[in-house]
Design a protein around this ligand. Sequence first.
Ligand code: MV4
Length: 453
Amino acid sequence: MFRKVLIANRGEIALRVIRACRELRIATVAVFSEADRDSLHVRLADESVCIGPPPPSQSYNYIARLISAAEVTGADAIHPGYGFLSENAHFADVCVSCGFTFIGPTSEMIRRMGDKAVARRTMREAGLPCVPGSEGVLADVDEAQSLAGSIGYPVIIKAAAGGGGRGMRVAWDEKQLRAGFGIAQAEAGAAFSNDAVYLEKYIARPRHIEFQLFGDGQGHLIHLGERECSVQRNHQKLIEESPSPFLSDAQRRSVGAMAVKGAQAIGYLNAGTMEFLFDQDGSFYFMEMNTRIQVEHPVTEEVTGLDLVKEQIRVAAGESLSLTQDQVEWRGHAIECRINAEDYEHGFRPSPGKITYWYKPGGPGIRVDSHVYAGYGVPPYYDSMIGKLIAYGKDRPEALRRMEIALEEIIVEGIKTTVPFHQLAIRDARFQSGDIDTHFVEALLKKEPVAAG
Ligand code: MV4
């Protein structure tokens, strides 16, 4: 097992990794930017190293500084968390070539799944259902047009280097396709320095359901069930839950087995998530694979009773998975609300600043993963998430009720947060009945004009 782990991240996930290391009796090194000097991850880690000025490019994304910090502190492994360098294959390579274990999959797996057109081909060859579309990237707009003509409109053009909804363009007819193709290419080129795009049939109003996967170095690969992530806005998830209210046990077993088969095709190692879109009629399609621990991993932890971060560390250190597929048991229901420093009444605009008062809800089935405290200043440089509120119950109604109570209990003063949005969403009749798709937030905010005050 490792003696010392450096956490190449900040915020709640840095705390989450520190806690997992503590349980495993591994020493921890925090890294921090000048804007995060007073952050809890700095206080709770055994050691800390300042890695530069506030902008991520000068700190959390600055590979040479992270490696230097690992070298001077004598760490033997690096946990990337989510975001920042967590899906950067080059970073994984540099870690390994400098003698540090990267707590995640190999750089080769990150690279393969990072190219969404390659991921799609790989999973189709492994037998997973994929939306009809192009065989790899498109050469030009004429190829796009002839393909769209044969599969039928609407279609969606996606950046091969994209993912998470970035660099996508929907076309409902030939004219929109010809106009959108160049825009998609230009956007992809500007955002990812790679203008390769591919095409798929567009699925209207899908559900986003993702499966948690885990592989170890001994060739074991298991799935830990799914998370329903349809409640999102501008590709930012707001509420996640497990299990999905939409899936039957038989569907869970069959899609889970598919996901395992796909991950086995690339010999997948460590934690990964396979994202599927579900059609209104229950058909499902592989979309992409994320090669990191995700923000919403706690809902899976609550219903399986596992510690996914500890599992990541153990597997990276060469140990076997702590259980087999047959031993995975799902119990109850968990929901997560992302508490962001955002003013939802004004288009979810960022609301950084000092938190003057903070009261953390509690009671049976309530978990709060957060790095903030009264007096903490939310810096404007990073992601606006200040914490995750997770409610567990024996069934969905109990989890929902506990969430509703926790949202009434929580107090955050000094900044605006997404708490009022969550209160609205959780009480919505459609949400209560589980009737949610990726257009839920839009429909909710349209229907319910935000009350003054
Ligand atoms: C799609 C789609 C419809 N049809 N692909 C957005 C995130 C990225 N992982 C895939 N995304 C989509 N791909 C086809 N062929 C609709 C989306 C999509 C979406 C997916 C999941 C959650 C929210 C979404 C919001 C808008 C569009």
